[in-house]
Each structure stands twice: as C-alpha cells, then as structure tokens.
Design a protein around this ligand. Structure first.
Ligand SMILES: NC(=O)c1ccc[n+]([C@@H]2O[C@H](COP(=O)([O-])OP(=O)(O)OC[C@H]3O[C@@H](n4cnc5c(N)ncnc54)[C@H](OP(=O)(O)O)[C@@H]3O)[C@@H](O)[C@H]2O)c1
Length: 438
C-alpha cells in the first residue's frame, strides 16, 4: 500500500520546539503541497506544558521515548538539547529506522561521528541545519551547494547571544549582566548560558563547519577557544578609538595538510562587512577556489529563525520520503569512511596583529622597557595609546597595536612585560583580523 502521509514526532517543547509547532501549523498546507503528501505533526514529547504553545490538537506524551516508539512517527525532531538523553533518543530513533532532525550542536560536535555512521548503516537521514547559525542555511551551502569547491576558510560570528551582548555593551554602554538577562528573556541564550559566554557553543559550531568544509571527522577538542568573558568594557572603548569593533569569531582555515581552528574575541576594522553584523545576527564568510568569497548573514538564534531551519530539514527529508528515494546525502558531507584527519596548526605558529592592554606605573623608563621587550621578539608597534593618569593615581592605561606576529612571540613578550615591576602582571591580549583579500 502506498504511503498516505508523513508523520513528524517532536521531542522538546522549549524555545525552538514551540517555534517548530508554530511553523508546522502555520505552513501545514504549503509543506504538504511541497512534499506531495500530507506532512503532519503526530506526536509531541514534553515533560510539561509550555504556556507559549497550544498543543491541545496534538497527541502529547510526558515520556519523550514514547515518540520514538510511535509507529506513526517517520521523522523524529530532537530539540531537548544536551548530549546524554539526546544521544539515547537520536540513537534509538536511527536504530528504529526513523529519520532524525536536530538543532543540537553540542550533540553533533561530541557524538556526531557515531551518529552519522549509524544513520548511514540504517539508511536514514540525520539533518542538523539549525545547529549552526540558526536560520542561515550554512550546512546545506557547505554540504551541497559548494561541493565542487576547495574551501580555504570559513569564518564568522556564529553565536547570536555573544554578538548581542558585545553589540549592546559597545553601542549602548550597557552592563554585561543586564544584556545577558535580556538575551535569556528573548530566547537567544541557552538555558545555561555558560557555553554562549565561554565560547564552547561557538566551538561546537566551528567543529561542524570545519568537518563540512575540509572533510575531517568532527573533533570537539579541536578548536582553540576563548569566550567573550575576556573582553572588558574598556576594550570595546579602546577598540572604537582605534577604528575597530570587537566581535566573537569562529575561524577555520585550511593550511596545506593542516587546519587552524580558533574561536575568540577579535578586533575587526569598522569598515569591514563582518564588523557591521550586530545584535543577534550571525554571519559566515566562506572563501573557496570556485565561487571565491561568499557571505551569508541572518538571524542566528531565536524561536522562529531556528525553527525555520528545523522545518526546512523536515521538509527536505519528507520530500525524499514522498518520492521513495530514502536519504541520498551523507550526513557529514561525505561518507564517514571518507573523512580524513588533518593535524592542527600549533597555536604559537598562528600569526596575526595584536591588541595589548595593560596598566603601567607612570614612571620614567617604563614604556621604554615595554617597547624593548616587544622589539626583542621582533614585534613592531603599529600604534599606541597612553592615557594620562587619573587625578591622584600613579598608573596609566596603555594600549598597543602590533604588526603581524606569531602567537608564540607575543606570549614570550607579554610574559616578560608582565614580569616588570612597572606593570600589575595582567595583560589583555586580543587578536586583530583585517580580512584582507585572499
Ligand atoms: N534557542 C535558540 O535560539 C537555539 C538556536 C539554535 C539551536 N538551538 C538548539 O536547539 C535545542 C533546543 O534549544 P531551546 O533553546 O529550545 O532549549 P529550551 O528552551 O531549554 O527547551 C528544551 C526543551 O527540552 C526539554 N527537555 C530537556 N531535557 C529533557 C529531557 N531529558 N527529557 C525530556 N525533555 C527534556 C525541556 O523541558 P523542561 O522545560 O521540562 O526542562 C524543554 O521543553 C538545543 O540543542 C539548542 O542548542 C537553540
């Protein structure tokens, strides 16, 4: 008997889950028309009601695993987050021969190799467009549209919460805690915002982008990671004075047979396109040999933008199912057996210009010592700001912008400067990225 409809099961009814219910409901007719078969939400797994979401028309189970075992569910949507129960749920669904759509970057970064292999074995789809950059179709772009390109780099602002916080702090002069609370109220921040702030969330996403761009296995340990918590309000002010903005970037670069994966706050010249991407917007810039430079910009978080990506995956899988094709796309851009490890460029070798901020005693010879220690490592100074001491203070704030230098040389120079009696031992070091044409 031919199939009459495609059943969707949804696990997790939080910010994104409720957005998925909204979009599946709002576009039910259009989605079914695209598939040529009725596409229906048939079962929701939620351990409690969400006051923002009317589920009265749907079958709801308090045990999310009931959704996996429901024979009416063809496509399981995992939106509970985390890597433990979510792994069991996705594994169970794939083993049961169901297609899976998830927005869970933590799960994909940590266990995606196993899950992709399992999906391949079972001949089912595992889609995760919403896991990176929310509503921006970056997974499809890298996996399908750019298949005939050698990707040189993928760089971008890939955490909406972090970008929202840095933008509000820089433009409105607001406190970190105040902006974070607003980001949580708006549904941008994760329930536990630690990963948004310490860079882990962006690192998870960068790992996924690097796998699709370079054909390497997912490696959640791969990126060097620094969060937005290393940026102080005075850094945002000094950066503006120097003609830069500070953005939290993920950067994945192919360097011959090695890769460089980094997530950190970065100074960017104000006139660069990426510097103008503010608030909860995300952006991803891809450089490749065929198309050249491609920039995608769009909402990186929030209920409906993220749900849009989830529902796009659901529709894609359903369209394949309706035609009896099964899943024709390798989960990670190529079969898991074709993925090849590449070594990571040691952090000390990676060159950039640097922003250094320090507090220095207002005494003769202090600046001469600092410039000499930089010179000892062949580091040239591009510009320097020295604030006059506040009334009654004997200390000055000094900001130095250097020419390009390897991380190891900067580490040696700043260690020596921090050991001077004239400094208080702490130096803020941020990289500068000019995004010059490749
Ligand atoms: N929010 C965004 O803008 C965004 C953007 C891109 C990707 N994502 C990803 O989307 C996923 C969902 O995020 P979200 O923001 O919607 O999270 P959320 O608002 O915290 O919602 C999570 C939902 O899952 C439920 N849940 C969690 N653990 C469960 C368990 N063990 N058993 C049953 N239910 C469980 C929660 O139930 P309770 O309410 O009972 O705890 C809640 O309904 C995450 O993987 C996240 O990384 C989110």
């Amino acid at each position: 008997m031919s199939r009459q409809r495609i059943g969707v099961g949804l696990c997790g009814l939080g910010t994104v889950g409720s957005g998925v219910v909204t979009l599946l409901d709002r576009h039910a007719r259009e989605l079914s028309s695209r598939c040529g078969l009725a596409l229906e939400l048939v079962h929701i797994g939620a351990r409690r009601d969400n006051p923002n979401c009317d589920t009265s028309r749907y079958k709801v189970s308090r045990d999310i695993f009931d959704v996996v075992s429901d024979p009416d569910v063809d496509i399981l949507v995992e939106l509970i987050g985390g890597t433990t129960t979510a792994f069991d749920l996705v594994q169970g669904a794939l083993n049961a021969g169901k297609h899976v759509v998830t927005a869970n970057k933590a799960l994909m970064a940590a266990r995606g190799n196993e899950l992709a292999a399992l999906a391949e074995e079972n001949g089912v789809a595992l889609r995760y467009e919403a896991a990176v950059a929310g509503g921006i179709p970056i997974i499809k772009t890298l996996r399908e549209s750019l298949a005939a390109n050698a990707i040189q780099s993928v760089a971008g602002i890939i955490n909406g919460t972090g970008n929202f916080i840095l933008t509000e702090m820089a433009k409105a002069g607001r406190d970190f805690e105040d902006v974070l609370a607003e980001a949580q109220a708006l549904g941008y921040a994760e329930a536990d915002p630690t990963f948004d702030i310490d860079g882990t969330d962006a690192a998870h996403k960068l790992v996924i982008l690097a796998t699709l761009a370079f054909g390497i296995p997912l490696n959640s340990e791969g990126p060097f990671t620094e969060g937005i918590n290393s940026v102080a309000p005075e850094d945002l002010r000094f950066a503006a004075e120097l003609g830069y903005v500070i953005k939290h970037l993920g950067i994945a670069t192919r360097a011959g047979e090695r890769v460089d994966l980094r997530v950190h706050p970065t100074l960017i010249p104000v006139d660069k396109q990426i510097a103008t991407v503010d608030g909860v917007l995300n952006t991803v810039m891809i450089r490749s040999d065929g198309v050249g430079e491609l920039v995608l910009v769009g909402p990186g978080a929030g209920a409906l933008p993220t749900a849009s990506a989830v529902c796009g995956d659901v529709a894609d899988v359903a369209q394949h199912m309706a035609r009896g094709i099964g899943d024709s796309l390798p989960v990670l851009g190529r079969p898991v057996s074709e993925l090849q490890e590449l070594a990571t460029v040691p952090r000390g070798e990676v060159e950039s210009e640097w922003y250094l901020r320090m507090v220095v005693a207002d005494e003769p010879g202090a600046m001469a010592d600092i410039t000499r220690l930089l010179g000892d490592q062949d580091i040239s100074i591009e510009s320097l700001i020295q604030r006059p001491p506040e009334t009654g203070s004997t200390q000055v704030s000094v900001v130095i912008v250097t020419d390009r230098a390897p991380g190891a040389a900067i580490e040696r120079a700043t260690s020596a400067i921090a050991a001077l009696d004239a400094t208080d031992g702490s130096i803020t070091m941020l990289r500068i990225e000019s995004f010059e044409a490749a």
